[in-house]
Write a protein that binds this ligand. Sequence first.
Ligand code: S3P
Length: 451
Amino acid sequence: MSHVSSPRPMTARAGSALQGRIRVPGDKSVSHRALMFGALAVGRTTVRGLLESEDVLNTAGAMRAVGARIERSAEGVYAIDGAGLGSLLEPEHVIDFGNAGTGVRLTMGILGTHPIAATFVGDASLSRRPMGRVLDPLRQMGTSVIARSGDRLPLSIRGPEVALPLTYRVPMPSAQVKSAVLLAGLNAPGETTVVEPVATRDHTEKMLAGFGADISVTLDDAGARVIRLKGQPELKPQDIDVPGDPSSAAFPIVAALIVPGSDVTVENVLLNEHRTGLIATLLEMGAEIEILNERSAGGERVGDIRARSSRLKGVTVPAERAPSMIDEYPVLAVAAAFAQGDTHMPGLEELRVKESDRLAAVARGLEANGVPCREGEAELTVTGGAGRIGGGTVATHLDHRIAMSFLVLGLAGERPVTVDDGAVIATSFPTFTSLFAGLGADIADREGLTA
Ligand code: S3P
């Protein structure tokens, strides 16, 4: 399911304070993996709290195409009858991943070591994104690839009869690349090892262990994570409760900090240590944020996050923190626009290859709304508290997080902010406008509808 609906401009304007307790939808990374690992297990996996967004529903479609039965019984509740590792069927049709980088890259890993052929397509955004980072290690494991030059979608792969296990050092901080190699290693005899010099989100490692895979993580002398996986395990079905997505919670949290008089609590948010870089940064900026009701659920730390309007100050974000807040830089830049002084964000190479070139998209969006900023090759500096914010229209480039970030900017600006396409938000956070309306926010499309 590509994002084919026509662009839907949306406008956010300042109004009342934001108040309330909300729950954001399930974590996107965990939701993709729950469907994939359920499809590889033998037996029935149940999932509660699955994120029902376009990206994740595309992964459900892909897993059905290779033989899993996936049924929805209530909102966010799914039963997956696995096709079984090693027994995946060849898909009859092209698999359309729409906007979903995680979906397509992890699925390439899974299918790349099965002796079947598959063709992947995506929307204009996904078709521009680099796939060589996943295809290179897959080729070393025996996968054949037919791609147009530059290893971009559309492309086809065929897995070998027997794949080769691999030892692979991930060249960029990417959980998707790490995960694709590990998932390919599942159907290779012997041990696949991934060396990760810079730690990234570890949902694949944790969830594979939960499904019964023999996987271990150690640190080498240089501090790199060494992940060893024994191939061809029998994966056992699981019952999974998906906690709220911290990358979605980031929007109401930042909105509460910058809209005067606000007090918002987001309940049941995933607090995995590789996902909490934004909270650490906001606290350093002086944010009034509390983590309440912290607990462990399904092997992950979760909690409620309360955010109140705060006087923020600019900071330098350590470059090494980037992997733990990689999807949150656009909304951090929005918080920085309301902070006193400069916020400097180095180490942003990977932002150039997200759903859009996010570094450029953020810089252009800030400039269009009167926020001074400096864009470097891999860094951004935002000068806060200068001048009248708002009044511009932001090009979203099919990027859901650009759309949501700039709508948040509009909630605290002196003038409204318009994004050229709010429909892209359905990629990851379909309830965004209705949840914000419930908090008292003024976000509407051209017809004045809030959802
Ligand atoms: C994800 C990894 C990150 C992140 C994406 C989800 C995942 O991508 O930006 O939204 O679920 O593994 P990279 O691996 O490209 O950093």
